[in-house]
Write a protein that binds this ligand. Structure first.
Ligand SMILES: C[S@@+](CC[C@H](N)C(=O)[O-])C[C@H]1O[C@@H](n2cnc3c(N)ncnc32)[C@H](O)[C@@H]1O
Length: 323
């Protein structure tokens, strides 16, 4: 039976009963944590588990990202403004308040320091640079390359799984004049990026931050934040607290609060809006958007109703440094 899906967006509150039921499921499945040696094993071998995942799923893992450009117009083509680099504003008022130039579709033409970026790195000549972190098989990168034909666009993408990066590089749509895929471990703060600091217009994190150890998230977000131009934006879509995937975990799969290991060894965290706000603002970014996207799934056959819970964030690097 195909489940019915109702879209309930923008902070629709759960009833107390729903909240209590979800909380008790999580208490139950978190009541027994994996022992430290097992936890260590999943951390040390994280890359291998994801490599195995991509070797099994290969291109079958393609997902239709129909929401990508409506939720994140920063990734869609936009006339003119990208020649000068953009930053995103929710409305024209906000743009006016900052005394910026034209503002259309959420994009503002902003002169930024990184515009005249010179140097010898992939994408150095581009005027609008996007980096997707944890790109997997390219579910976001290829739709961007297909849809956005701006001549100034350059898309970087990275993953710590060499199997994933191989899939991206061997895809017929991979065009090295517009794209650069590289292996990078987000949790390794010694691993260099191929582009300089303050060179990116957009950093995209789609279901990737949830895959790393919670203790390592802040360092990873802060490093990525430094790659953004002033006015550049970080976009995130990821699992929210009490998503049905969290409620379905069984006892014995929990690593720490709201962090679980799947049957295939890959791990997943379930965020609250406040936790993400803290991560981004600590990294020096300012909030443009932080919302919960809840979708009620009703399976009439099984008489079950459950929610998909995703969080979507947009945070911007300030135009003037914050102290
Ligand atoms: C749930 S998948 C999402 C993939 C892709 N963003 C998508 O939405 O299709 C999580 C991805 O994060 C990658 N990943 C996990 N930990 C990582 C790390 N420390 N550094 C870089 N990538 C990582 C995995 O290899 C995997 O491709």
């Amino acid at each position: 039976l195909v489940p019915l899906i109702f879209h309930n967006r923008d902070n629709v509150e759960w009833s107390e009963e729903q909240e209590a039921s979800a909380r008790s499921k999580v208490q139950e499945n978190s009541s027994q944590l994996l022992p430290p040696d097992k936890q260590e094993e999943y951390e040390v071998n994280a890359k291998r588990y994801w490599d195995d995942f991509y070797k099994i799923h290969e291109n079958g893992f393609f997902k239709d990202r129909h929401w990508l450009f409506t939720e994140f117009p920063e990734l869609a083509p936009h006339r003119n403004s990208r020649q000068n680099g953009d930053s995103l504003h929710e409305n024209k008022e906000e743009c006016k308040q900052e005394g910026l130039g034209s503002c259309e579709n959420g994009h503002c033409s902003v002169e930024t320091r990184a515009e005249s970026q010179e140097g010898d790195f992939p994408g150095a000549a581009a005027s609008y640079r996007v980096l997707e972190v944890g790109c997997g098989a390219g579910n976001t990168v290829f739709p961007i390359l297909q849809t956005n034909n701006d001549p100034g666009l350059f898309v970087y993408c990275c993953d710590f799984s060499t199997a994933a990066v191989d899939l991206v590089q061997s895809n017929a749509e991979y065009d090295s004049s517009r794209c650069f895929a590289f292996v990078h471990d987000l949790c390794n703060d010694q691993s260099p990026f191929p582009m300089p600091e303050e060179s990116l217009d957009v950093v995209v994190l789609i279901f990737v931050l949830s895959a790393i150890l919670p203790d390592k998230m802040q360092c990873a977000v802060s490093r990525l934040s430094r790659l953004l131009k002033p006015g550049g934006v970080m976009l995130l879509r990821d699992y929210g607290r009490y998503d049905l995937a969290q409620l379905r975990f069984k006892r014995g799969q929990c690593l720490s609060d709201n962090f679980y290991v799947r049957g295939d060894g890959t791990r997943v965290y379930f965020f609250t809006q406040d936790e993400l706000d803290h991560l981004f603002t600590t990294a020096g970014l300012e909030k443009i958007q932080n919302l919960v996207d809840r979708r009620l799934q009703v399976n009439r056959g099984k008489q079950v109703t459950m929610y998909r819970v995703w969080i979507q964030c947009k945070y911007r690097r300030p135009l003037t440094p914050q102290h």
